[in-house]
Design a protein around this ligand. Structure first.
Ligand code: B1M
Length: 215
């Protein structure tokens, strides 16, 4: 039954059914399926299918925008269910999508899951200028800086931000996370990031393990 609901979420999202997707998400919550599972096994597979349709030129930008709108609606429904635990006791996590990049669905999921896992998350949003990461990291005394990029053309922004943090003497006290569809472990290694995460759960797991090892 639960698998069927999750499959329905994916199908409704893929077919760009605004109300149907939200209804299925609410049905999943009523069935006590966790918000993590709804994202991982319902919404994310739906977004993947949409990406594939875009690649096959069956969907165009207008469809992608509508999909993003539906995702946001679904995340608003899920948000209160990602109950914050520990009130930020695990550390301050600054996050944003790098300059020139407007993709925010994945980054917002990561933010919500980190909050829910007990981090104090400061989300700078999308198209974040390099200097903004630096200013905010200093202002909040961040423990972690996380950057998201979905475009090959915006990935170099991650390297620039790391260099900026280095040149201003705060790199060493931070843990830097990178992720997003185009980012890989080897790119993370190349630019000197501390952690790469392929999805939101991996990001939470790695951040938590760094905190635990530090204690
Ligand atoms: Co765009 N887009 N898009 N798009 N878009 C991609 C990324 C693309 C792969 C589609 C394709 O061509 N196959 C392609 C990039 C190709 C490349 O560079 N290699 C692309 C392109 C080309 C573009 C435009 C240039 C198109 C154009 O205008 N011609 C344009 C660029 C705009 C810009 O940013 N300047 C554009 C625009 C858009 C929309 C605005 C229409 C819309 C975004 C709306 C929004 O975000 N509010 C959009 C969408 C929806 C997509 C796809 C279809 C889906 C992205 C998404 O939300 N996935 C995408 C195709 C695809 O990825 N298959 C595509 C779901 C999300 C949950 O996954 O973001 O990967 P993701 O996040 C995951 C993990 O990656 C990870 O955790 C998340 C949750 O598990 N993660 C992190 C993410 N950030 C992390 C950070 C971390 C750790 C983990 O640490 C800090």
């Amino acid at each position: 039954m639960n698998d069927e609901i999750l499959r329905n979420i994916s199908i409704k999202l893929e077919s760009l059914d605004v109300e149907g997707t939200i209804e299925e998400v609410k049905r999943a919550l009523d069935r006590e399926i966790s918000p993590f599972e709804i994202v991982k096994n319902g919404l994310s597979p739906g977004m993947d299918k949409i990406g594939q349709k875009y690649e096959r030129k069956e969907y165009f930008l207008s469809e992608l925008s509508l999909a993003a709108h539906i995702m946001k609606g679904a995340m608003e429904v899920l948000d209160p269910h990602f109950t914050a635990s520990g009130e930020g006791r695990l550390g301050r996590f600054l996050i944003g999508t790098v300059k020139g990049d407007l993709h925010d669905i994945g980054k917002s999921i990561v933010s919500m899951m980190l909050t829910s896992a007990g981090f104090e998350v400061h989300d700078l949003g999308i198209d974040v200028p390099d200097e903004r990461f630096l200013e905010k990291a200093v202002e909040i005394k961040a423990d972690f800086v996380g950057m998201s990029s979905l475009l090959t053309t915006t990935m170099p922004g991650m390297r620039r931000v790391i260099e900026l943090l280095e040149n201003n003497g705060i790199r060493e006290r931070l843990r830097i996370f990178v992720g997003g569809a185009v980012v890989t472990q080897s790119f993370a290694d190349e630019i000197g990031a501390d952690c790469y995460a392929g999805d939101a759960m991996e990001c939470v797991r790695k951040a938590r393990s760094l905190v635990m090892n530090r204690r």
